[in-house]
Design a protein around this ligand. Structure first.
Ligand SMILES: [Zn+2]
Length: 383
């Protein structure tokens, strides 16, 4: 397939053609394109979202792998990596196998999964790495995880979300937890600038969600873990856009029924896998971020952190592309089972025209196509 237009290459936009099958094969000046692109659109590397809860399995009433990944490609995301707070929990050879079968059947984008901390020997399996809570560090099984070369993703706080006294949870829990870990760690969903700076000081990579930046916690819809900090902290967090390595969604869908429960009982989590790419490119179009910073945050850095073959246009890389057009619109989900999010109605200047996953059109101008993504951590099928 050939695409022709304004194409991102070595930090800038150039007029040209990109030719690909599953991988990028050629870049040149002239070609006969297979798809007509809207006026003013740009061809960019598709997003990589390091922190997504795809649900499915016994939580399919909240979201299925097909609905979550349809929402992802609608949002310009070409790779999602699934966190294991599933039912059943993914922390053994058999549950990892079961999860990978489910994703290979239903994922409409490329994917990977993390395992929970486990006594089972799973390190040789095609997983992205491990999810680690600070309290996991006291468990005997942690030695398996700490000895692994794979990525460890730290959730920097002690989860107490379902217990009363949520309001008393203090920032120090988040900050202190970073001092507990050593090695190849990535600190996810930093809620304040200190977390980012301490993590960077320890040479950890970090990511940031957009809800911790843009949303105020006031009800069940906006209840999330870790909690959104107060307005002062959120304002300071804007600087983190220039300091973190990546943005992630922490897409965490729940049913409307669950979100309508009283505040003390309703589960924490916000669905927003389709929000980050349009939002970050809106900032780029408005001149708040450079285009190359937008690429770093959404795809180049997460690809490097995960060690996968995407995030830039170069011969031999995965042909995961997003075509973005300048368009004023207000955010809403489209394919997720979640129809209300705190980001609804947010004004955006960038919209996704098409997402291409391993050379195939997964999303085009309002429609999702049943493309099958593959496990980007499975070396056996990678060539
Ligand atoms: Zn999460």
């Amino acid at each position: 397939m050939w695409l022709k237009g304004k194409l991102y290459s070595s930090g800038e936009l150039v007029e040209g053609c990109i030719g690909f099958d599953r991988r990028i094969r050629q870049m040149k000046r002239e070609c006969k394109p297979d798809l007509k692109l809207p006026e003013g659109s740009i061809i960019m590397p598709a997003g990589v979202d390091m922190h997504v809860h795809l649900r499915g399995l016994e939580l399919s009433y909240k979201e299925t792998v097909a609905t979550a990944t349809s929402e992802a490609v609608y949002g310009g995301v070409g790779v999602v990596v699934d966190m294991p707070n599933t039912l059943p929990v993914i922390n053994s050879r058999s549950t990892i196998d079961m999860r990978l079968v489910e994703l290979s059947n239903y994922s409409r984008t490329d994917y990977g999964i993390y395992s929970g901390v486990t006594s089972d020997k799973v390190d040789d399996m095609p997983i992205a790495g491990y999810k680690v809570f600070p309290e996991d560090l006291e468990r005997e099984e942690i030695s398996n995880v700490l000895g692994s070369n794979k990525l460890k993703v730290l959730h920097p706080e002690i989860p107490m979300s379902l217990r009363p006294g949520r309001g008393n949870r203090r920032l120090w829990q988040e900050l202190a937890s970073i001092y507990l870990v050593k090695g190849n760690f990535h600190v996810t969903h930093s809620t304040n600038l200190e977390t980012v700076r301490i993590a960077k000081g320890h040479h950890f990579t970090t990511d940031l969600t957009m809800h911790h930046l843009l949303v105020e916690e006031r009800d069940c819809l906006t209840k999330v873990n870790p909690p959104i900090r107060d307005t002062t902290e959120r304002r300071r967090l804007i600087s983190a856009l220039f300091e973190v390595d990546a943005v992630a969604s922490d897409h965490a869908p729940h049913s409307s029924r669950e979100k309508e429960l009283p505040y003390e009982l309703c589960p924490p989590g916000i669905a927003g896998v389709s929000f980050n790419i349009p939002f970050i490119y809106t900032l780029a179009f408005r001149g708040v971020l450079t285009l190359s910073r937008a690429v770093e945050l959404t795809t180049e850095n997460p690809s490097k952190i995960l060690g996968i073959d995407s995030g830039e246009f170069a011969i031999g890389k995965l042909a995961n592309l997003v075509i973005i057009r300048k368009e004023r619109w207000r955010y809403s989900t489209k394919f997720s089972k979640v129809i209300h999010t705190p980001l609804d109605g947010f004004p955006l200047d960038a919209a996704i025209f098409s997402t291409i996953v391993e050379g195939k059109v997964a999303y085009l101008d309002g429609d999702v196509y049943p493309v099958r993504g593959s496990n980007v951590f499975d070396k056996a099928i990678r060539n």
